[in-house]
Design a protein around this ligand. Sequence first.
Ligand SMILES: NC(=O)c1ccc[n+]([C@@H]2O[C@H](COP(=O)([O-])OP(=O)(O)OC[C@H]3O[C@@H](n4cnc5c(N)ncnc54)[C@H](O)[C@@H]3O)[C@@H](O)[C@H]2O)c1
Length: 335
Amino acid sequence: MDGWSLCRTFGNSNFNIPTPPPHLKRISTLAILLSDKISKSSRSVQITSSSQEISSLSSLCVDFASASLTCTWRAPSSYLFIMASGNNLNGKIALVTGGGSGIGRAVCQILARDGARVSVCDINLQGAQETLASLEQPGNHVALPMDVTDKESVRKALSATQEKLKGTPTLLVNSAGIGGRSPFLEMSEEVFMKVVDVNLKGTFLVSQLVCNAMIERGEAEGGSVVNIASLAGKNGLALNCQYAATKGGVIAFTKSIAKELAKTGIRANCILPGAIRTPMMAGIPEERIAEALRVNTLGRIGEPEEVAEMVVFLLTERSTYMTGACVEVTGGHYA
Ligand SMILES: NC(=O)c1ccc[n+]([C@@H]2O[C@H](COP(=O)([O-])OP(=O)(O)OC[C@H]3O[C@@H](n4cnc5c(N)ncnc54)[C@H](O)[C@@H]3O)[C@@H](O)[C@H]2O)c1
């Protein structure tokens, strides 16, 4: 079921149901609440003014629909208005590279919260397994080793995903990436190429194999790819020319495949995060972080979840008119 939204009143069938806000789509009356599980469970729920009961109804709906559900307002009488909104990804399979840490981990957690089945892929299998353990209903998901620079490794992880989750991923997030810090004039070819291999070639290999699988299985319509680039790919970054170059490449790559894939029904977008609190940031000296924050509108580092929410939005049917886009999630970084 599409878990977009539901506005409904209880207690009086003649009540005039209000028009939902423009960003929400009303689905058929009582579609969620009359469904099997809710209708059975909700018999015991009294709809009154008690906030405790409102929250218990909310949790029933969340439990059922895996959609975030909030009681938005209550009429002065005994009518309760409920709006169920969220990204209901029930039944969808998502593959996330770099899922063992940072932004990739947060993406896996939000995907699982919203009902997707997630293949958590990472070169660091232990990290992927820790992510798996943190997901709601871990048995619905899988953690797999994958080196994005190695086509055979990607192929193996993709077929293990298909076997274990019984279907092909139609949602893909390329979050695997490495940074590093090295002055341009002294940088070795090896250092430069290592970053190219992971950040750029890896994004290409995984995207190509997963998109082809969607097309071969006739599941491309509604498919969505989100690549994690970086603000550095747009603005450049001193002492990180290799990193910035790969992220600029990911931006151009994403825009290009969006054009080629449009006819298949697959969308491709990328995210340009600013400074986000993850292990990748751990090695960056305090003074550089302070310097970055001086030109940041919100004046703080972002959290992985703040990026992941936008990633998941771009994966859902809430963003069907977006492809080839680069969305900055930076706290308003203006330099
Ligand atoms: N943290 C930031 O400030 C920031 C800013 C902009 C962009 N990004 C990008 O976000 C993405 C996620 O980074 P993060 O901050 O979560 O870092 P992170 O280090 O926490 O996570 C990166 C993950 O990628 C995995 N990985 C590395 N090489 C791999 C390979 N060859 N195959 C498979 N997995 C591999 C790592 O094991 C790790 O789990 C990266 O692409 C990064 O460039 C991060």
